[in-house]
Design a protein around this ligand. Sequence first.
Ligand code: PBG
Length: 323
Amino acid sequence: MLRRPRRNRKTEVIRSQARETNVGVENLIYPLFVVDGQNHKSEVKSLPGQFRMSLDHLLNEVEECMNLGVMCFDLFPAVEESLKDQMGTYGYSKDNFYLKYIKQVKSRFPEAMIMTDVAMDPYSSDGHDGVVRDGKIVNDETLDVLAKMTLAQAEAGADIIGPSDMMDGRVEYIRNELDYNGYTDVSIMSYTAKYASAFYGPFRDALDSAPKFGDKKSYQMDPANKREALVEAELDYMEGADYLMVKPALCYLDVIHMLKEEYPIPIAAYNVSGEYAMLKAAAQNGWIEYDRAMPEMLLSIKRAGADVILTYFAKEFAELNKA
Ligand code: PBG
């Protein structure tokens, strides 16, 4: 045998020379759930280890994570039901606590990168990402609301805007809104191929944002489709997105890989709540070795082609890596 692949696996030193992929804390974005109030920190039942936090706890969390090297955070607001309406107006209201939190985090930690969520669902009394008319989610009217949310978040100091709504034409629409108002440096990480997935359940528990009727299949993609992601990617790329995201991650590694091959900008993947919850549940039952399975999952997402991974594992990964 002239070629014996095992020679390149014989010691850890050799193995680390031969290693093709590495995940580092710089690749990770940590999603955090925030609520209005003070001294509030409650665990999300279906997301063990993840919390809804008021500003005081949020600032502590951000500081702890930054000490571990995690520098980028995606904030999601859990909004009281009484503040929700059909047009999601609280999303860009001057009293919105989420906008105040963004401002506070940025003034306390200017070097932290803050990503924000643009979609109507946290604020919509219908629990949908767009405006509902006669039981349908209307596209073009929604764009106006998304643009208002975007501008409010940019004014609050957001570094990266994350449109997670899947309306057609929204990247160009919000890019224009940002640019006309002087926010040419604010980035857009577009949820490009966001699938109508069953793996968002725990997230909707966290925000209490499940649709009040129907489902999201008229705007989120069919899990059966791969080529269609190229249509979404081409549009987002041409409309000025700075990153293209695939969501969820683990069931869609082929889509991540395809976008990485086709587009010369950073590819992001959202390792969603259901993916986190599955591993946590198995670990709690003693059915899987968490400390090995978790980095293996992140590695698979990176190997598929993701440059950036949004993941609830971010802090624990950083702690493991430091140890
Ligand atoms: C909604 C939104 C969802 C997630 C992020 N933004 C859920 C949905 O589309 O219903 C899911 C994230 C996760 O499951 O971790 N705009």
